[in-house]
Design a protein around this ligand. Structure first.
Ligand code: MCN
Length: 790
């Protein structure tokens, strides 16, 4: 690392914003190649049906239609997609992989499953023709309710399986039965989490162009994982990887579902090759509600065994996870729930088992937080209820159980989603909680509550903790080149969907080689620039790609110093790298520019010394042995109107620790975005399915997202406990904001209503105003059944 560590830790202005704000950032739909044909999909409007026949003749005959494809036209391409993340090797675990075909053939298993594709001169014609395709579907019984999906008499989503059970996993540590026997209290509850969509501003989209003269395929794709997509495309289309270039340009949000490998991603390039014309498909919003993956449906039966002083003795959790109609993403989401439940706490005994159910609903894969919300919700709610039952303070019951700094690394004796042991690398949890207590005014809150009550207002405070496994492997890479012009080019394989990578990675490079971050041109997500790596998920960019950039930049720094030492005839140790020049310490006028050194490193005459390489360039990789563990505390103050059940968020405080912070402004932005998403998930967003599995609110008119007026200013404080697992000491932050919101929100709402509804327990998410209204009425007057509108 440079002596002049000037950029890491500073809120450098975002280098990408110029392009974004002036309309010069390329998004997939901006790719406008001459001769492009457009695609519309015919999708099943039933969630569960036999495909009895599809007659495309009217669409074929429609003017402007270039082609129509059904499953039977796809040949070998029509085979089930891969399991993208094989489940970890957990003893006794069971996993039945069922992945979708690019176009459904005999059976459709969720509403929106694609059945046919129309290719036409424009999108309007393609949609008109798609509407002419005659699809004969014979309805089958649908599996909709997660609670009964595994019942013996439930209809089968996949006929070849004995039940709808897609997976079973049990992980344990310690002796829960003993913990239970020794406990002074056992708190047992059933918790539910319902479904939502990721709702990125930009829907998915793909443009593909086959160039027969160059024998190459170019694909612009809104993916979070361009390199795996390239490998999959090459394999499926019979091409070498070098013939396929995948570009993930600027992307208007990913939030998880764009990590999936979808049938459309194979079909559009295949059609481009079949027809020899560029092909474009841009998902529309309605389509996105079905065709893009979703998350969050789980039911937990959990119990906490606790001593009279609040010490956690053990936790048992048995839960159901809804994977939708297929399970291409393995067990990442439920394993995250299982592991994240343990939180920042000392839990001597843990018994956790889950069953994954197939249902006739859209496919579930990670959405920001990726199952961690559920774990935090369950644990934090149990702690709240234990505190209440034992007459303890909510903060005290948390403090007493926090792991101490000398307990790291802390091995939880179970496996994490990346197959590595769940071992927390580092942390200092108590100061984080103390700071949140201080910033939220927890100690003075009774006074505030009394004041508000005098004005007829009911306010409540929620305060919860979480940890997040971030920065998992396997690896990422980076290449840095200093060009003879002095320009610095830095590329990596991860794609970017708004996380500020261009700036943060430039800061890492800038620190090592002594330039301004604005001079480092970062390229992400273009396989022609860098083709090793996996993608953007699991809050791993800062850890994995960040440290790859760090390693490559340090290697380039070494080369710069070697060449500068020769050029200036001074010892390397006497040199410093500042403002794009290598200069002599104490004699700044004696210097040489990086561009000049780059030219020297690539001579047109003479000889490059054997054992050295030309140019000021280096490629490095970083693969962490396991993920690093970030942590934090959220506190929220709400006002609840007990008559209307309207909740207003008055304050939101986040204190968090993501190790070394590269760019505090970006990190705060990530937290703000995450909290906004969490607020949406907690209070606004819920997909509603009818009993046949049909989605009732697939539009932003009915599926409510929080708007700017619903998201309060968020007060943020950082603490830094550097991770020992990577040289920069970073931990991830991209999902953290979203993870504990529901738990904090539930506690705050209960707290606000404790005088009017002391029995109220919030055991489910989301909690729309309507649902809170029902719960309140039920609690105050148990004779009234839930949903009774009278
Ligand atoms: N960062 C930092 N210092 C740290 C940690 C992170 O400065 N100690 C910076 C990073 O350099 C990066 C950003 O914060 O610019 C997020 O970093 P990280 O936590 O490593 O997350 P990723 O880069 O891997 O991004 C993925 C993560 C995930 S999994 C989802 S989902 C998500 C998220 O990021 N989707 C997003 N944040 C998003 N933000 C936007 N705008 N859009 C999305 O789709």
């Amino acid at each position: 690392m440079s002596d002049e560590r000037r950029w890491i830790g500073r809120s450098a202005p975002r280098t990408e914003d110029g392009r974004l704000l002036t309309g010069n950032a390329l998004f997939v739909d901006d790719v406008d190649l001459s001769g492009t044909l457009h695609v519309s999909f015919v999708r099943s409007d039933l969630p569960s049906a036999y495909v009895r026949g599809i007659d495309p003749s009217a669409a074929h005959a429609h003017p402007g239609v270039a082609a129509v494809y059904l499953a039977e036209d796809l040949g070998d391409l029509c085979r089930p997609g891969p399991v993208l993340v094989p489940p970890p090797p957990i003893a006794g675990a069971e996993f039945h992989a069922r992945t979708p075909l690019p176009l459904a053939r005999d059976v459709v298993r969720y509403q929106g499953e694609p059945l046919a594709i129309v290719v036409a001169r424009d999108r309007y014609v393609a949609e008109d023709a798609a509407a002419l395709i005659d699809v004969d579907l014979e309805p089958r019984d649908a599996v909709v309710d997660l609670a009964t999906a595994l019942d013996e008499d439930a209809p089968r989503v996949h006929d070849d399986l004995e039940s709808n059970q897609a997976a079973y996993v049990r992980q344990t540590k310690g002796d829960y039965e003993r913990a239970r026997a020794e406990a002074d209290a056992v708190i047992a509850r059933r918790f539910r989490y319902d479904r939502g969509v990721a709702a990125a501003i930009e829907n998915r989209g793909i443009v593909a162009a086959w160039d027969p003269r160059a024998d190459r395929l170019r694909v612009w794709d809104t993916t979070q994982a361009p390199i795996p997509i390239r490998a999959a495309l090459a394999g499926a289309l019979g091409l070498s990887e070098a013939q396929v270039r995948v570009i993930a340009p600027f992307i208007g949000g990913g939030f998880g579902p764009k990590i999936m490998f979808y049938g459309e991603e194979i079909l559009i390039p295949w059609i481009a090759m079949q027809l020899g014309r560029p092909i474009k498909w841009i998902e529309d919003r309605y389509e996105n509600f079905f065709a893009t993956t979703q998350e969050r449906e789980q039911i937990h039966d959990a119990e906490l065994a606790v001593a009279g002083d609040g010490r956690i003795l053990g936790v048992r959790d048995r839960f159901l996870h809804d994977t939708g109609a297929y399970d291409p993403y393995g067990l990442t989401v439920p394993i995250n729930s299982q592991c994240t439940l343990l939180g920042p706490y000392r839990v001597p005994a843990y018994e956790s088992e889950f069953r994954v159910a197939f249902t006739n609903k859209p496919i579930v894969t990670p959405v920001r937080g990726a199952g961690r919300q559920h774990g935090v919700f369950v644990m934090e709610r149990l702690l709240d209820m234990a505190a209440r039952e034992l007459g303890l303070d909510r903060v005290d019951i948390r403090t007493i159980n926090l792991l101490d700094p000398d307990e790291f690394p802390h091995d939880h004796e179970i496996l994490y989603q990346d197959s590595a042991p769940l071992t927390y690398d580092s942390g200092d949890y108590r100061p984080v909680l103390d700071e949140a207590v201080r910033l939220s005014g927890y100690a003075e809150f009774e006074r505030d509550r009394a004041r508000a009550a005098a004005d007829g207002k009911r306010i409540g405070l929620g305060i919860v903790s979480y940890v997040e496994g971030t920065g998992i492997g396997p690896y990422e890479g980076a290449r840095i080149t200093v060009e003879p012009t002095g320009a610095v080019r830095a590329s990596t394989g991860v794609g970017t969907q708004g996380q500020g990578h261009f700036t943060a990675f430039a800061q890492v490079v800038a620190d090592a080689i002594g330039v301004d971050p604005s001079e480092v041109r970062v390229v992400t997500g273009d396989t022609s620039e860098f083709h090793w790596g996996t993608g953007t998920f699991a809050s791993r960019g800062a850890v994995v790609a960040g440290n790859a950039f760090h390693a490559a930049a340090e290697a380039v720094r070494e080369k710069i110093l070697t060449h500068a030492s020769a050029a200036l005839e001074v010892a390397r140790d006497d040199l410093e790298l500042v403002d794009g020049r290598a200069r002599v310490r104490g004699a700044p006028d004696v210097s040489v520019g990086l561009g000049e050194l780059a030219a020297r490193a690539n001579p047109l005459r003479g000889a490059v010394v054997p054992g050295t390489e030309p140019g000021l360039e280096a490629t490095s990789y970083f693969g962490p042995e396991r993920g690093s563990t970030a942590n934090g505390v959220h506190a929220v103050v709400v006002e609840v109107d007990p008559d209307t059940a309207m909740v207003t968020i008055l304050r939101y405080v986040v204190v968090h620790d993501c190790g070394t912070v590269i760019n505090p402004m970006i990190v705060e932005g990530q937290i703000h975005g995450g909290v906004a998403l969490g607020i949406g998930n907690a209070f606004f967003e819920e997909l509603v399915f009818d009993e046949l599995g049909g989605m009732s609110n697939a539009s932003f008119m009915d599926y409510l997202l929080p708007t700017a007026t619903d998201v309060p200013p968020i007060e943020t404080a950082h603490r830094e406990t550097p991770s020992p697992l990577n040289p920069l000491g970073t931990k991830g932050v991209g999902e953290a904001g979203a993870i504990p919101v529901a738990a904090a929100f539930a506690q705050a709402v209960e707290d606000a209503l404790r005088d009017v509804a002391p029995e109220l327990e919030i055991l489910e998410m989301p909690l729309s105003p309507g649902r809170l209204f029902e719960l309140l009425r039920e609690t105050r007057d148990p004779a009234r059944a839930p949903g009774d509108a009278t």
